[in-house]
Design a protein around this ligand. Structure first.
Ligand code: PMP
Length: 442
């Protein structure tokens, strides 16, 4: 073992791993024990280049001392303080910092601890908003097929991924789904936003006609769907959703858990895509994932309706013990400072063209049926093995890991989202290893 080695655990039984084939993993454990910059290291010290920023979250790269030291300093000053009927300075300072970089109009920040909590919080805020305005009949929530909004009951119900839902019974009532925007032939091999498919947003008008706008509270979508295989929005699609929501008094919620914090070359996806929602959810890149934290931003009008619509006392009966946790708030401030001082969104934008070229060079490899990208995200779709959906991509994932590159797979799609500090030599390694793995898996 080299000097940087970390002991492997003796017993893998007790940890019931999330979203994992536990039996396979425990027979074939692949572990990460250390990380720095663009790289992870296995317990034995073998480097694995991170082409996924952890789980779309370590946007500034790993082990950033500016962040970890801020957490350590804060832990020594104030380990915990509640934010129910009390406060601590960093929870306010972090919210003010976040409001400064959010798109205009999104001024109010509610703290959560994850993307899932942010999704459920956003949906509850939307319901509370309509109720406060005397429109309590607006209880219907609309998501999208192939949408992912985490695993709470709200986000899972509004989400549109079959396997995530089918195991858990009836879910929330009064939820509808818009069609996804995937599978349009003219959009294959698209670069950035695809050209066709804006009219799929018109399904929202159809739902309004069916149920009545007075029953619909909110529409929640990811600006670029990530977890279901990288689906950038067709040009005009989000604009159309915005228009229909505004026309009918429906709140538009963007889930920016992946697209926030520089991933698309702008602080948030909303700016790059030119559409501002009424409510936005965030997590992941907010603290660079050094400690868990999520957030929901709402337009001032939404906040004021709920707060001023209340007779006095508590206005929103919702919150988490760890909302605005001091260590997370310290991490968020340090992360936002790093994004500013290193202009991470600008850095992502500057390298996006090379990233796109490198991703699209995967076209022509065996069984690759589509490549798409947006900002520093790329999806490489492969034809499933007959009778074994998902197996080809899993095979590619395992080969890449064993050859020193971490990719992510969803179905038969390889999803890539490197830290925003990625440089050309990293890209050469990522796509070189990936193409070898795709050929080998064929
Ligand atoms: N929303 C989106 C768009 C996500 O990608 C994710 C996580 N991949 C979530 C919500 C859930 O976040 P978490 O796992 O932190 O609960």
């Amino acid at each position: 073992m080299n000097e940087m080695a970390v002991p492997r655990p003796n017993n893998l039984d007790a940890f019931w791993m999330p979203y994992t084939d536990n039996r396979y993993f425990k027979a074939n454990p692949r572990m990460l024990a250390r990380a720095e910059g663009m790289s992870y290291f296995t317990p034995e010290g073998r480097e694995v280049l991170d082409a996924t920023a952890g789980l779309w979250c370590c946007n500034a790269g790993h082990g950033r001392r500016e962040i970890t030291e801020a957490i350590q300093r804060q832990a020594a000053v104030l380990d915990f303080a509640p934010t129910f009927q009390l406060g601590h300075p960093l929870a306010f300072e972090a919210a003010a910092r976040l409001a400064e970089i959010l798109p205009d109009g999104l001024d109010r920040v509610f703290w959560t601890n994850s993307g899932s909590e942010s999704a459920d919080t956003a949906l509850k805020i939307a319901l509370a908003y309509h109720k406060a305005r005397g429109e309590g009949g607006r209880t219907r929530l609309i998501g999208r097929e192939r949408g992912y909004h985490g695993v709470g009951f709200g986000g899972m119900s509004v989400g549109g991924i079959g396997p995530n839902r089918k195991q858990f019974g009836a879910l929330l009532p009064y939820v509808d789904h818009l069609p996804h925007t995937h599978g349009i032939e003219a959009n294959r091999w698209s670069r950035g936003q695809p050209g066709e498919g804006a009219s799929r947003a018109d399904a929202l008008e159809a739902l309004v006609a069916l149920h009545g706008a007075e029953t619909i509270a909110a529409v929640m979508v990811e600006p670029v769907a990530g977890s279901t295989g990288v689906l950038p929005p067709p040009r005009g699609y989000l604009e159309r959703l915005r228009e229909i929501c505004t026309k009918h008094g429906i709140l538009l919620v963007f889930d920016e858990v992946i697209t926030g914090f520089g991933r698309l070359g702008t602080p948030f996806g909303a700016e790059r895509l030119g559409v501002v929602p009424d409510i936005m959810t965030m997590a992941k890149g907010l603290t660079n994932a050094a400690v868990p934290m999520g957030a929901v931003a709402a337009k001032d009008e939404v906040y004021r309706a709920v707060v001023e619509g209340s007779p006095g006392g508590i206005e929103l009966f919702h919150g988490y013990t760890y909302s605005g946790h001091p260590l997370a708030a310290a991490a968020a401030i340090a992360t936002m400072e790093l994004h500013r001082s290193e202009d991470l969104p600008g850095r992502a934008k500057a390298i996006e063209g090379e990233w796109q070229e490198a991703a699209h060079a995967m076209r022509g490899l065996p069984h690759v049926t589509d490549v798409r990208d947006c900002g520093l995200i790329a999806g490489i779709e492969m034809e499933p093995r007959p009778g074994a959906p998902g197996q080809r991509a899993l095979d590619v994932f395992r080969r890449c890991f064993d050859d020193g590159v971490l990719v992510r797979v969803t179905g038969d799609i390889v999803a890539l989202s490197p830290p925003l500090i990625v440089e050309k030599p990293h890209m050469e390694r990522i796509f070189g290893t990936l193409s070898d793995a795709i050929r080998a898996a064929a």
